[in-house]
Design a protein around this ligand. Structure first.
Ligand code: GCU
Length: 644
């Protein structure tokens, strides 16, 4: 990993056309340098259907055994001259392959999904079979399901997430496509459902290209596959597609509701929070929208980590009764302070990838798996904050953060070297950000939307990210916006001197810095507390990352070499001492809670394909540094009048 203190060269990144993602366009000319504004804002992406809070709607869970079949040359997408595939390669055909070939000797199929191996979904294909451990490409999945006998209203196939590009077919018909590995998508299949058995075929392509978000080079395992729940969801003909109910910054209750369907316009709606005696009626406009603000009920208890109060909220519209469990709080910045419900808060956090405990993770984040991780933060570390890196995590985890009382940093995977000049890439990033924000706006735990991580500074990147910042603010005026930034290091100085000179900083509410003094640099740990930081004093600063690797169980008290638990613990002591001297520091999310799979990490003595910066090992074994951070947070919490 290159030093964190030099800004990566401002070279332009050509968007080269490779792999299955739509053909790339040449990068447009770099805009004139100088104060680069956000790109001319095309209208906000409007992913539809949204089906907000779909995880709470009635439906048929399509988890469980699915047939799978690899297609590394994408013959199900294109023939060998690039033309449409012939029928013998069309994995989605509604046909019994074995029977069709047995009944006519002229028939040829070079696949048979219905008789291919089975795997239990949701999970990445990396753990379906030993030979798939490093598969990166197109995989086909298929299962059959019986449609509800008596059908009325509308039916949607909803995917919690599939990594990375997905095509969905029902009974031989394509129903839709989606791009992005970490956000939900749904398709209306009402007219395609048939009585009895229905054949569902899904093609998922994990391969990243220079134009995707993220690009090919990251520092985490690329878990290809259908990694979150697939459900058949039923709604009335006209239903609540979006509802956002929250406290505004001035403490009023606000509701935005959007209906979809033939009776969406001028429709009576009813918002209820029974526990608060709130019962508000209204009527949608011609576009099916209803917006209202009202005084917050006097009995409302605001959500906080100490008291994560959630309320059952419902919106009735015709035959539909939408519901969610929502906490109400305000989050804002005032000078260098972050205010939760008007009171300064220090974010006692840690970063986390979406990867469950265990030696063979498959990114299957069940409620139990998520609770095992989040409780290490809440109870083990005495934390109140979690950075869900580097992409939108499962709604399972977001709901649990609401329930346990963990403030969340939510992020889209605009990571490292993105094709800043490619309009398709910007469109992908904007859509991902919209899908993330519109899915999770009702999650009280989320305080910060992050638009990027450790991106090189150049004019095109500044315009790209300013566009994302503007989008976030337009979709949600109740939360803070940030990005994990790099700093410049003065190499002439005889002690670490870091300057935050990123031109994106003025656009952000919270300044966030990733720093690895003493791990990726030759600094002696004893010199760290004397580090000099030149950062704006008028905004809150958090250390969004710092960390050191340690292989659990490797102790080296004499030499304290890197990868020993001793070194990692001393690194934390020195870095926390450095952090304590920064007057505008308002929190941290050290890298990282748990060791995680990364193909970049191949030291055979210590890494074996894992990034070992975890405070716990992949199987949950706490390292010495875990106690160092837990003591620091325990003391912090006492200082704030909390319990240890
Ligand atoms: C970077 C990056 C992480 C990465 C970490 C590391 O800060 O944001 O994704 O895993 O450094 O090098 O371990």
């Amino acid at each position: 990993m290159s030093s964190r203190f030099t800004l990566v060269g401002a070279g332009l990144i050509a968007a080269l056309a490779i792999g299955p993602i739509a053909a790339q366009q040449a990068s447009p000319p770099t805009p004139a340098s100088g104060a680069v504004q956000a790109l001319p804002n095309a209208p906000l992406p409007t992913p539809t259907p949204l089906l907000v809070a779909a995880d709470l709607r009635d439906g048929t869970d399509l988890s469980g055994p699915w047939h799978y079949s690899i297609d590394p040359f994408r013959s199900g997408i294109a023939g060998f001259h690039g033309e449409a595939p012939d029928s013998g390669q069309q994995r989605w055909r509604d046909v019994d392959v074995r029977q069709a070939m047995a009944s006519d000797s002229r028939t040829l199929y070079e696949f048979d999904l219905a008789r291919s191996p089975l795997a239990s979904l949701p999970s990445s294909w990396l753990t379906h079979a030993a030979e798939l451990r490093h598969y990166d490409g197109l995989m086909w999945y298929q299962r059959n399901f019986v449609a509800p006998a008596k059908r009325q209203g509308r039916y949607f196939l909803r995917f919690g997430a599939a990594n990375y590009a997905t095509r969905v077919y029902l009974n031989g018909q394509e129903v839709g496509r989606h791009e992005g590995g970490f956000t939900p998508f749904a398709f209306d299949v009402t007219r395609l459902l048939r009585d009895g058995s229905n054949q569902l075929t899904v093609g998922v392509d994990s391969q990243a290209t220079e134009a995707t978000v993220p690009p090919p080079v990251t520092d985490w395992e690329n878990y290809g596959g259908i990694t979150r729940a697939v459900r058949l969801i039923a709604t009335p003909d006209t239903y609540v597609d979006d509802a956002w109910v929250r406290l505004t910054r001035d403490g009023r209750l606000a509701a935005d509701v959007h209906l979809d369907g033939p009776q969406a316009a001028n429709r009576a709606v009813r918002l209820r929070i029974a526990a608060l005696g709130l019962d508000q009626t209204g009527r949608t406009d011609a576009a099916g929208n209803w917006r209202a603000t009202m005084a917050a009920p006097a009995a409302l208890v605001r959500w906080s980590p100490e008291r994560p109060q959630l309320y059952d909220v419902s919106v009735e519209a015709g035959a539909d009764r939408w519901r969610d469990r929502i906490g109400f709080r305000t989050i804002e910045v005032r000078g260098a302070d972050i205010l939760l419900n008007g009171r300064p808060v220090y974010l006692r956090g840690i970063s986390m990838h979406e990867e469950e405990l265990g030696a063979e993770p498959t990114r299957a984040m069940t409620p139990a798996a998520s609770r095992a991780l989040l409780s290490e933060i809440k109870d083990g570390l005495h934390g109140n904050f979690v950075r869900l890196a580097h992409y939108p995590h499962s709604e399972v985890t977001l709901r649990l953060a609401d329930e346990l009382g963990l403030i969340v940093w939510s992020e889209v995977p605009v990571y490292w070297r993105v094709a800043w000049g490619n309009p398709d890439t910007l469109k992908r990033a904007r859509t991902m950000l919209a899908e993330n924000i519109l899915r999770d706006r009702n999650r009280a735990a989320i305080a910060i939307w992050s638009v990027a991580n450790e991106t090189p500074v150049n004019d095109q990147r500044n315009a790209f990210l300013r566009t994302l910042v503007a989008d976030a603010r337009q979709m949600d005026d109740t939360r803070l916006v940030s990005a994990a930034l790099l700093v410049e290091r003065d190499r002439a100085a005889n002690h670490p001197v870091m300057t935050l000179a990123d031109p994106l900083a003025p656009a952000l509410d919270v300044l966030a810095i990733n720093t690895y003094n003493g791990w990726y640099t030759p600094d002696r740990l004893r010199d760290l507390p004397a580090s000099e930081w030149r950062v704006p004093a008028d905004k809150p600063l958090i250390f969004s990352e710092f960390g050191a690797d340690a292989r659990a169980g490797f102790h080296d008290p004499a030499n304290k070499q890197k990868f020993s638990e001793d070194y990692q613990a001393d690194y934390y002591r020195a870095t926390l001492a450095m952090a304590a001297r920064l007057p505008s520091l308002r929190g941290m999310s050290p890298w990282i809670l748990k060791d995680f799979r990364s193909p970049r990490r191949q030291n055979p003595d210590f890494q074996q394909g894992w990034n070992r910066k975890g405070l716990i090992s992949e199987t949950g074994e706490r390292k010495e540094a875990f106690g160092v951070l837990a003591d620091f947070y325990g003391t912090k919490r006492l200082d704030e009048g909390g319990v240890r």
